[in-house]
Design a binder for this molecule. Structure first.
Ligand code: TA6
Length: 298
């Protein structure tokens, strides 16, 4: 499947390719920018702005199977973030990222390419979460990458869910970067059993395992990476939580799909609605969580 626009100065195209493990993937090009999205989990696995280095991080040890989440890129966490309350057997971060999504549409205009994938409730999902819903993931590539996750309540009762676009970003060395945008915010420290803390310093730096759910924040985050002389902006709308995560040495060693020596090369800035910021949606209503990822010189 490829659409080539002849007229505009910038070419936009989409091509169906095979990702590792034979998973169906869409290679999206806009000018010299590239992105990749899979039907599996509507998972965005790659984004490289024109002439720039890859922005998303992927583990070299990731599984590429329909029964497992991919380690890296942008996993979709829905309809719960983290472990499902009261059900240890349920898949972590919900079932969306291990479900096969349908390709709904591919549009291209003036080099701006938009791909939409959708997922609806099924007998399998109802066993895990007894609600009727329709999820739509729009991936838009132009100069930068946009992702819009829309959830529609197609049932007759209100539904409450938590969610995240769990973005893994590639960095030169997590020990050298800083993240701005969360100064003064309250967070739940998962390393202290969810203890409520306050982000005192304006900049977040990394000196060990870090796993924090910042709540009641709608602000952009800026990742400054002096090693690669770049600043990555993670802008968001419809999201009131931001999760910051690096597993560091011990947790990396405990994860089979995460190389023991990979932790310095990544950090997660996850645009979410989690903890205090879970979403309650009335019947027939729709909510969209949007993320924009752009790169500028540092
Ligand atoms: O993003 C934070 C987090 O909830 C961490 O606690 C860690 O578990 C991470 O998600 C990855 O979760 P996963 O289920 O993909 O291994």
């Amino acid at each position: 499947m490829s659409q080539q626009d002849s007229g505009s100065s910038k070419q936009g195209m989409v091509e169906m390719i095979q990702a590792p493990g034979g998973l169906d993937a869409l290679l999206i090009r806009s000018g010299d920018s590239e992105a990749e999205a899979l039907r599996h989990g509507a998972h965005v696995t790659r984004f490289a702005p024109s002439g720039g280095r890859e922005v998303l991080w992927l583990s070299g040890s990731s599984a590429w199977r329909e029964d497992s989440p991919i380690r890296g890129g942008v996993p979709i966490c829905f309809p719960w973030f983290g472990a499902k309350e009261g059900d240890e057997e349920a898949p972590g971060h919900g079932f969306a990222r291990i479900s096969q999504w349908q390709i709904e549409s591919v549009e291209e205009e003036e080099g701006r390419v938009q791909v939409a994938l959708s997922l609806e409730d099924s007998p399998e999902t109802r066993k895990l979460w007894d609600h009727a819903f329709r999820a739509r993931m729009q991936v838009v590539l132009a100069e930068h990458l946009e992702m819009h996750l829309s959830i529609e309540n197609t049932g007759t009762a209100p539904m409450t869910y938590s969610q995240a676009l769990h973005t893994y970003l590639a960095v030169s060395d997590v020990r050298e970067i800083r993240i701005l945008g969360l100064g003064g915010r309250e967070y739940l420290d998962k390393l202290q059993g969810g203890k409520r803390m306050r982000q005192e310093a304006e900049a977040i730096r990394f000196e060990g395992e870090t796993d924090r759910i910042y709540v009641h924040t709608e602000d952009d985050c800026l990742l400054e990476d002096p090693g690669w002389k770049r600043r990555i902006r993670v802008a968001k709308e419809g999201s009131r939580s931001t999760v910051i995560w690096n597993p560091w040495v011990d947790k990396s060693a405990r994860m089979e799909d995460f190389g023991d020596d990979e932790w310095p090369g990544m950090v997660c800035i996850e645009s979410a609605n989690a903890a205090d910021n879970a979403v309650t949606l009335g019947p027939g209503l729709e909510h969209t969580l949007s993320v924009g990822i752009s790169v500028e010189e540092l």
